[in-house]
Design a protein around this ligand. Structure first.
Ligand SMILES: Nc1ncnc2c1ncn2[C@@H]1O[C@H](COP(=O)(O)OP(=O)(O)OP(=O)(O)O)[C@@H](O)[C@H]1O
Length: 654
């Protein structure tokens, strides 16, 4: 094995221990540094493949500072720290490490961490290179395409979105022709839906006249520039057209990149995002590597052709489009049932579609009811395993004594009640995907066994010691903060790193309120069809309340509310809210004065109480078992019972 390891550790004895262990395991140690300064010197002499990095070091700079440099240089690193407090974990996590070991550590833990780090690093590099190659091919094809600038930019937008995320993309020829407005752009309005924005459209949206727009484009950036937090006001040389776009489309960050093919006609690409701090030097580096493939628009004449196929955007059509009933996340068939086009949702779907083709494990994070299972299913459907099985396991719903046989299978007579030999979920998922929901609930001894499956790709039946090979992709999900669980010792760090190769976080509904209307219409339509009732629209008061509410149960709760409204609707009038949305809105808007922490806690308790009652009703009072309230809430039945006792919910509430 020719993997070079640099050890950055200020405690001499620990550093020496590390050196001995990693050397014995076959790694090469390139040096030991006690401070960031020394580590930098080492780095210059010989670039390591992996760095073991203590957080607290000699000098002012910490291991976390050095980690940022390692990230920029694409060197894998594993933290080793005595301090595993939540705060340190959070800060360390922001540097996206490849592993984390807590002192005192066992030799085995260290070697597993190094192994995982190397696997992750190799894997991410390989997949990055594979993906970049594909992107180059797609861009080359677009360059030779005979279509005009609008069509070309749309094609570029589609292929480049997963690599450089944007909510608005624009291109302009440079130098411009006597201040003529030649900028063209696309606003992202769905997973794979873009709306053209040219001069006419911009005039309509902003109400500005042609000459005003032309005047705005006089100054332009000539170098690659990124702004992570808005555009500095009155910065000389900044094209204030960008400010106009920022204001019109609620944008937050921006990256401009000029491409000069050497024919005297440059083209500027601009990427805009509604999120802050999106663009990094990595994006510029990628664009630099792609430069030869980005010349598609660097031909003066293609901007001169006026396209007759353009549809004129009407005054508030951007907004109108956003609120149309069938506002699905895009025409992409796999995501057609995932409703919404908020940029936070689209960013998660981008990640899902990027990771889908590979066998990489995925960890889906997000509150209960945010659509984790739906996204897991989409990843499966988009993968080469789509024709194989998709097996769901709710780790919270299986009694601890049965988990092992449920996951890995059992031999006949392995335990009382095992009258037949039975395949476990892993074997059932062979050739397909296993979805381990609520992975945070898995007992520690099962976590060890799961890690083994991930490493060895084989399972052992309960009652047998003969391993069987399985070919399964793992998608895990949790609504818990796994780092906190790791810090508390209830979740294994090595398993966390193995699963966390590719995390996707789904936003809670309260952070994507612009999707509420589309979701409401979607579920109203769905339940009206299901219950054979005509859909007569939604009462304005209901919509107002839905917007004002903060949806602790997310989309599942919204779905339940709609189901109830449709069931109780007389089929002749608009849908109305048949239960108050836990009273939160009224209470928050004044009924209860929020003056103390106790008031806040009271509202929280009431919200939780009402939500649990609504789920219990849906489960017809059943707490345990398939479709029981505990399963729907994704918590243990015992946890639900103690919550009910605490909140004073009696079984006779129905
Ligand atoms: N974007 C969406 N569009 C339409 N329906 C959705 C969307 N997201 C979630 N749903 C629906 O909401 C319900 C909850 O979704 P799902 O079970 O995928 O959430 P989850 O995050 O896995 O929840 P839990 O953590 O409780 O398991 C399901 O009925 C699902 O079909």
């Amino acid at each position: 094995m020719d993997i070079n390891v640099l050890i950055v550790e200020d405690e001499f004895l620990v550093a020496n221990d590390l050196r001995v262990i990693v050397k014995q395991a076959g790694y090469k140690v390139t040096g030991i540094a006690a401070s960031v300064e020394e580590a930098n010197e080492n780095l210059q002499k010989q670039k390591p493949d992996l760095v073991l990095l203590d957080i607290r070091l000699k000098g002012i700079l910490s291991g976390i500072d050095f980690a940022r440099k390692l990230r920029a240089e694409n060197i894998a690193f594993v933290y080793i720290s005595a301090n595993s407090s939540q705060k340190v974990l959070e800060e360390a996590k922001s540097t996206d490490p490849y592993g984390f070991i807590v002192k005192p550590f066992r030799e085995k833990d260290l070697l597993v961490a190094l192994d995982i780090a190397w696997y992750r690093h190799q894997h991410s590099l390989e997949s990055k290179l594979r993906q970049e190659e594909l992107l180059q091919k797609q861009l080359t094809k677009i360059t030779t395409d005979p279509s005009g600038a609008e069509q070309k930019l749309l094609k570029i937008a589609r292929v480049i979105q997963p690599y450089i995320p944007f909510d608005f993309i624009a291109s302009k020829p440079w130098p411009d022709n006597a201040g003529q407005f030649k900028d063209i752009g696309y606003l992202r309005i769905g997973f794979d839906e873009y709306q053209f924005i040219g001069e006419k459209e911009l005039m309509t949206i902003t109400g500005f006249k042609k000459d005003v727009l032309s005047a705005l484009i006089k100054n332009s950036d000539t170098n690659a520039i990124l702004y992570s937090d808005g555009i500095p006001k009155q910065k000389p040389g900044i094209n204030s057209l960008q400010q106009l776009l920022f204001d019109s489309f609620k944008l937050e960050s921006y990256l401009v990149f000029p491409v000069d093919p050497g024919n005297g006609q440059m083209v500027h690409y601009a990427f805009y995002s509604r999120k802050q701090d999106v663009y990094t030097r990595d994006h510029i580096a990628l664009l630099n590597r792609l430069k030869p493939y980005l010349v598609a628009l660097a031909e003066k004449k293609i901007y001169d052709e006026t396209s007759s196929t353009l549809t004129l955007v009407q005054p508030d059509s951007v907004n109108k489009k956003n609120s149309e009933a069938a506002n699905y996340s895009g025409s992409h068939p796999t995501f057609k049932n995932i409703i919404g086009n908020h940029h936070l949702l689209l960013a998660s779907l981008d990640l899902a579609s990027q990771v889908a083709p590979y066998n990489t494990s995925v960890l889906i994070l997000g509150e209960s009811g945010t659509g984790k299972e739906k996204v897991a299913h989409s990843i499966h459907s988009l993968s080469p395993r789509a024709s194989g099985p998709f097996i769901k396991v709710n780790c919270a719903a299986i009694p601890p004594t049965l988990i092992e046989s449920e996951l890995f299978g059992h031999e006949k007579g392995a335990f009382t009640g095992a009258t037949e030999k039975r395949k476990g979920k892993f074997e059932q998922a062979d050739g397909g995907t296993i979805f381990l929901d609520e992975i945070g609930e898995l007992p520690l001894d099962m976590q060890v066994k799961l890690l083994r499956v991930l490493q060895e790709k084989e399972v052992e039946y309960v009652g047998s010691s003969a391993p069987r090979k399985v070919n399964v992709r793992i998608i895990a999900a949790t609504n818990r903060n796994l780092e906190k669980e790791v810090a508390n010792g209830t979740f294994r760090l090595d398993l966390y790193y193995r699963l966390n190769v590719f995390p996707i976080t789904l936003p809670p509904l309260r952070e994507r309120k612009s999707d509420i209307e589309a979701l409401t219409l979607y579920f109203a339509d769905k339940f009206c069809k299901e219950f054979h009732k005509p859909f007569m629209g939604i009462a304005a008061t209901m919509m107002d309340e839905m917007y004002a509410y903060n949806w602790p149960g997310n989309i599942r709760e919204l779905e339940n509310v709609l189901e109830q409204s449709v069931i109780l609707n007389d089929g002749r009038s608009n849908l109305e809210l048949k239960r108050s949305l836990t009273g939160t809105r009224n209470e928050l808007s004044g009924k209860v004065n929020i003056e103390t922490l106790e008031d806040v806690k009271h509202i929280q308790r009431e919200t939780e109480r009402d939500y649990i009652i609504s789920i219990l009703k849906k489960a017809k009072g059943r707490i345990r078992g398939v479709n029981g309230a505990a399963e729907l809430l994704n918590i243990k039945p015992t946890t639900l019972e103690s919550k009910m006792a605490k909140l004073g919910i009696k079984k006779d509430f129905l």
